[in-house]
Write a protein of this length. Structure first.
Length: 155
């Protein structure tokens, strides 16, 4: 299993940045793990690696559900936080199903309802703490495109 341990906020951002630099087409990534374990921190780095303009302040879309950022290579970053979502039907209102029509990098915090609805993510990153409060980030790939990206990340 692929795992990375980060000791600081910056290291988690750097990991996100490296992955953002590798991505060159659409992908969906589930970020799972408890409150405060570093999911949004990771997305900040991911945005930087994807070339999202530094003028954008990356904040968690806890109330807006989704934030959209133009990125390099004709990609768009969609950052979702479903913590406050009550039913998966609510996602229809924000046009979630249409996102796949774009070259979309979709990252989802609190993806439980989508997973229950059998939405297929390409990658899942689980965030956890170790005994010294470092972050242990584990990577799981689903399907061929997830596997391809994972092998690029860890090559
Ligand atoms: N190694 C680390 N990686 C990431 N964040 C860290 C690390 N060490 C300390 N932190 C701190 O932990 C907090 C992580 O907050 P963050 O908003 O990224 O969590 P989250 O998983 O998105 O939480 P939520 O579920 O509430 O959205 C930040 O305050 C960050 O500075
Ligand atoms: Mg968050």
């Amino acid at each position: 299993m692929h795992q990375v341990i980060t000791r600081t906020d910056e290291q988690t951002q750097d990991l996100g940045q490296q992955i953002g630099q590798i991505l060159d087409s659409g992908i969906s990534i589930a970020l799972t793990g408890d409150l405060g374990c570093g999911k949004t921190t990771f997305v900040k780095g991911l945005a930087r690696g994807l070339g999202v303009d530094a003028g954008y302040h990356i904040t968690s879309p806890t109330f807006t559900i989704i934030n959209e950022y133009p990125a390099d290579k004709n990609l768009r970053l969609y950052h979702l936080d479903l913590y406050r979502l009550e039913s998966v039907e609510e996602l229809a209102y924000i046009g979630f199903e249409d996102l796949a029509d774009y070259d979309a990098v979709i990252v989802v915090e609190w993806p439980g309802l989508l997973m229950k609805d059998r939405y297929l993510f390409n990658l899942e990153l689980t965030f956890a703490w170790d005994s010294e409060y470092n972050r242990v980030i584990s990577f799981f790939a689903y399907g061929q495109s997830g596997t391809n990206v994972l092998s690029k990340i860890f090559s």
